[in-house]
Design a protein around this ligand. Structure first.
Ligand code: NAP
Length: 257
């Protein structure tokens, strides 16, 4: 018996087998879910190849969260793949131009790039949820990924601002979708060695101190604990939890110094 037996889950944002989305898709399958994954643009070919490494090769959808055509057609596309009800939606997506928005020169970030980062990394939680809403109902669960936006970090800069917007967006979605019985939560992960993290200049300094300060320690090469928390939130084990941010960071957030 798996915690996701009989459920259908879309994991948006899988590029490599290092992606948090990949680990989530794998654990969701191990727990009994039927999983679909998505990515966009040029990396879609990589995603299709990587998909074969999952226990069961999933359907791979093209989904750019800034493309209204993709979003408007999502429910129909899912129905075309035999999905009548979506029990879980995972938003594992972020982008900010590393040359202008990350790395420590915070005041230099131009608005056009900030706007793109907020659209792709935060507003898209709303766009994607709205696009999938016709297939979601009581018991469905939306889960996104954040990096603790309550404080300022070295190098993270405007992505931190985008994450603050994501965290707030998830609370408003939780407010409005609660009446339909749909839950919306985030997992706040510690630093993990993924493509997105490698694009952040100076992020490795953060990674280095995390393991020392986190009470439980931290393995930045293990996406498993984060994937498990996402799947727990997708499951029926948290029926009364919404608008929440679950930390999966070895306990780092609880320690002052
Ligand atoms: P990742 O493998 O690079 O995943 C990010 C995904 O977002 C990629 O598949 C990327 O596609 C996709 N994406 C970017 N722009 C998109 C768009 N317009 N439409 C659709 N998809 C788009 O890195 P990850 O670390 O697993 O990131 C997943 C989530 O976890 C992100 O929200 C990230 O901020 C969050 N997170 C990561 C860490 C960490 O340390 N790694 C910690 C806390 C939270 P392309 O590869 O094709 O650009």
């Amino acid at each position: 018996m798996g915690i996701l037996d009989g459920k259908t889950v879309l994991v948006a944002g899988v590029t490599m087998d290092s992606s948090i989305g990949f680990a989530t898709a794998r654990f969701a399958q191990e727990q009994g879910a039927t999983v679909l994954i998505s990515n966009f643009g040029r990396a879609l070919g990589i995603t299709r190849r990587i998909a074969k490494r999952l226990p069961t090769e999933p359907v791979v959808l093209e989904l750019d969260v800034t493309d209204t055509g993709h979003l408007d057609g999502l429910a129909e596309t899912l129905r075309g793949h035999g999905v009548e009800r979506l029990d879980g939606l995972v938003h594992s997506i972020a982008y900010g131009n590393p040359e202008t928005l990350l790395g420590g020169d915070f005041t230099a970030g131009p608005w056009e790039d900030v706007a793109q980062a907020v659209q792709v990394s935060a507003y898209s939680l709303k766009s994607l949820t709205e696009a999938a809403r016709p297939l979601m109902g009581a018991g469905s669960s939306v889960v996104g990924l954040t990096f603790d936006a309550t404080v300022a970090w070295p190098a993270y800069d405007w992505m931190g601002v985008a994450k603050a917007a994501l965290e707030s967006t998830s609370r408003y979605l939780a407010r409005d979708l609660g009446r339909e019985g749909v839950r919306v939560n985030l997992v706040s992960a510690g630093p993990l060695k993924t493509l997105a993290a490698k694009a952040i200049p100076g992020f490795e300094k953060l990674e280095a101190t995390w393991d020392e300060r986190a009470p439980l320690g931290w393995d930045n090469g293990d996406q498993g604990p984060t994937a498990r928390a996402v799947c727990a939130l997708l499951s029926d084990l948290f029926p009364a939890t919404t608008g929440e941010i679950v930390h999966v960071d070895g306990g780092f957030h609880a320690i002052g110094a």
